[in-house]
Design a protein around this ligand. Structure first.
Ligand SMILES: Cc1cc2nc3c(=O)[nH]c(=O)nc-3n(C[C@H](O)[C@H](O)[C@H](O)COP(=O)(O)OP(=O)(O)OC[C@H]3O[C@@H](n4cnc5c(N)ncnc54)[C@H](O)[C@@H]3O)c2cc1C
Length: 339
């Protein structure tokens, strides 16, 4: 057990001030369902925890006007059952209700979900050595140590966006749906406020896989905003996993369709479970635009979504699986109520 200090902040401004005062080693903590887990594994070693769960009003869900706005502290379980979200944006509701378990969703926040770290076996099993006494190399956990997943047990690893130093999958479901809908986050830090697209929160691993997010360390997400779109009602999040009760995605797709009759005016498609960050599939979107939506055109879009995919030793199946997940998600979305 490593020693750390703990403080609660009553507002985002107070949280940022506490972060600045604490200096190196400070971390925000919300539901704690990821961070405490990683501290127990000795992967995360914060010296100061700043608990943000007492920040007033940051759990609000606003669905009026031309956007949906979710306070960063809104529990995943609350957003998943919000009536407007369920009716008008099933892709968002599905991405949350298919993530983790009900107990975890009650604790976990939609803000914290954006910053969970990979479930790569070699990242998680080895910081302090395994029960067999092995410490696996992992460039994300210990930069420069190598990547045991490359050439190792890579069944769960990424086929898109990987590098020679890291093939770890970005694990979240909710960010995939947000990326498909061009959502953005409102952020506060010591340099002031800013907004940025959720898609720009994530880095590709390249030669620095330890750097996963683009926010400055002291920046805190205060809200997630989803611009309203007619495509919301015809949307779906389709997720294939090893265990249906709860598990991370082997492959998933978030899709939203704007249709004119049976022709696709605009498709939004993002992939999860197969890439090193939430993956917007523009090639698939372009392949569908102006086309009649049929099983055939959906399958073509599915294959286009996997353009550039590279398999390792044991994860080739994910390329075909993900293409079919995209195609099936499109057909599910198309069946939903007309916008
Ligand atoms: C057994 C298990 C199964 C799971 N299955 C799934 C799954 O299938 N799909 C899925 O998507 N997720 C899954 N999860 C992950 C779960 O969804 C996340 O743990 C949760 O969303 C994190 O939210 P939190 O509020 O608990 O974050 P915390 O653990 O409190 O924080 C996580 C990280 O986010 C940072 N942070 C928190 N809030 C903010 C903020 N407002 N601004 C900036 N940084 C912030 C923290 O500093 C920390 O680095 C699973 C987790 C477990 C334990």
């Amino acid at each position: 057990m490593r020693r750390f200090t703990y403080a609660r902040a009553a507002s985002p401004q107070a949280a940022v001030a506490a972060f600045t005062a604490a200096g190196t080693g400070a971390r925000y903590i919300a539901g704690g369902t990821t961070l405490y887990d990683l501290m127990k594994l000795d992967i995360e070693r914060p010296a100061h925890l700043i608990d943000v769960t007492a920040m007033d009003g940051l759990d609000r869900i606003e669905t009026g006007g031309d956007r949906l706005r979710f306070g960063a502290l809104a529990p995943m379980s609350a957003v998943a059952v919000d009536r407007t979200v369920l009716r008008d944006y099933p892709v968002l509701a599905d991405s949350l209700s298919k993530a983790a378990s009900q107990q975890l969703r009650n604790m976990a926040t939609v803000g914290g979900n954006l910053f969970q770290r990979t479930r790569c076996l070699y990242f998680r099993n080895g910081a302090g050595g395994t029960s067999a006494g092995t410490t696996y190399p992992c460039n994300k956990r210990a930069p420069g140590s190598g990547c045991a997943a490359i050439g190792g047990l890579d069944r769960g690893q990424a086929v898109l966006g990987a590098s020679a130093d890291c093939t770890a999958v970005s694990p979240g479901d909710w960010p995939v749906a947000l990326v498909a809908l061009d959502a953005y986050v409102e952020v506060l830090g010591s340099q002031g406020t800013r907004s940025l697209p959720v898609a720009q929160l994530y880095r590709l691993p390249g030669s620095t896989p330890q750097l996963e997010f683009t926010l400055a360390p002291d920046e805190i997400v205060t809200a997630i905003v989803v611009p309203k779109t007619r495509a919301g009602r015809r949307s779906a999040y389709h997720k294939i996993r090893d265990r249906e009760s709860y598990a991370f995605a082997l492959a998933s797709a978030a899709v939203a369709l704007e249709m004119e009759g049976d022709v696709v005016a605009q498709a939004r498609i993002a992939l999860g479970g197969i890439a090193t960050k939430p993956w917007r599939a523009t090639a698939a979107e372009n392949a569908l635009a102006g086309q009649r939506l049929t099983r055939q055109s959906a399958a073509t879009a599915g294959h286009a979504a996997l353009t550039g995919a590279v398999a390792g030793k044991h994860n080739r199946f994910k390329i075909d699986l993900a293409a079919r997940v995209v195609a099936d998600a499109l057909m599910i979305a198309a069946e939903r109520t007309k916008a």
